[in-house]
Design a protein around this ligand. Sequence first.
Ligand code: ZN
Length: 464
Amino acid sequence: MPSFQILISDARIVQPDGRVHSADIVLKDGLISEISHSGDPSRADRVIDAKDNFVLPGIIDTHTHMGDPAFPEREDFTSGTAAAVSGGVTTILEMPSSIPPVSDPAAFTSRSNRIAGRAYANIGLYAGAGFDNLSEIEPMSDQGAVAFKTYLQRPPLGREREHAGMHAYDDDQIRETFSVVSKTGKLLVVHAEDDATVSRLTSKFRDEGRNDMGSFLESRPAAAEVRAVKRSLKVASHLGAGTKLGIAHISTRNALELLAQYKLQKSFRIYVEGRPDYLLFDEKDALRFGAFLKTYPPLRTKKDRAAIVEAINRQTIDYFGSDHAPRTRGEKQIPDLWRVPAGTPSIEILLRTLLDLVSKKQIELASIVRMQRTAARAFGLSNRGEVTVGSIADLVLIDLKSTCRIESDRFQTRSKESAVVYDGLKLTGKPLITIVGGRIVMENGVVLKETLGAGQFVQFSQVA
Ligand SMILES: [Zn+2]
């Protein structure tokens, strides 16, 4: 009779500070119950020989748009979390934009009710915070929202309904929204693009009849991000020590410099998120791929890309979110570029993009490990984000050495036909086995369908 479920033998474990050691990891009742040099294979249901490969904490993807239940043709929690675990992601934090938008308690409940039994990876929910739903913020915090999301720029054309209750435009609205969220002790994550700049340039180019990717890139300049980041920092700094500001998908060198300075002051908490597309592509790729690489904010320059790598190493960037935004191929081919929904189905390349940087010696493996711990603390995911005894057994076994080309038709996302931008990318390093709550949900590229339901609704449960 086995006394524990899984033994991972000969695993290498890297600590957030970079120390590495080899050990056997024992998983029991969904937890890491033992890390030692003497795991006894005869007492295990299943032995995984890690063959000296690294076992990392399962990746926490801090930013996804599965959209469930509004757009099943693009994705739902089942297909989206199959994609997640296939990429080594064990927890996704889902953004509130959808129909209904998650900006009141009823919508929060209806969305959280869709998780049990339908997910391979854990799902935590953001809630919307805007100037028009201030009274809903505290109740949604009590329901377990992991963080709040506010957009500082107007919703995209035709998508106003999905975005209700998650916008703040002028300083007063931003201040009010911040002050209500900071009372909950949770993070307010902003999408930082200056509304005045983006709205003015977008209408100008549309009026001129321009419909090309170059105009789109110009309509959302780097300065718009810097302005919005500056404004958020200014408002947050007036609110004092309890405030936690998150900046989603940072894209520019100048905004990173500003954030690095503010982080040194430590007058309030700032968390900065990276996004894999900004490491894989620049504006030239956007011109080449057109609408398939239309993202908000848009792709930037090579210098900005280099600044993102540097910001990982300096810890100005705290964690990574894929910003997985599945769209159908048809939606990406709408003739009016301004109406094409932005985003890429990127969750399956999130970890691989970072591992590839490790293989190129641009970042340390320990940085990836540290990001998971920081994300778990920032979003109140207690007992996750670390490979330690007593932690929940969300793990990913990786192969750091093998190189392969990405083939998007092997992706799990329902929107794989719009993932063409990743085709042919040569990346080194990949997840071999993903474990969620002590269960193997992905092994050698295959998602194990019988484990549907391993992913749980996760709530904010500790104050960072
Ligand atoms: Zn997003």
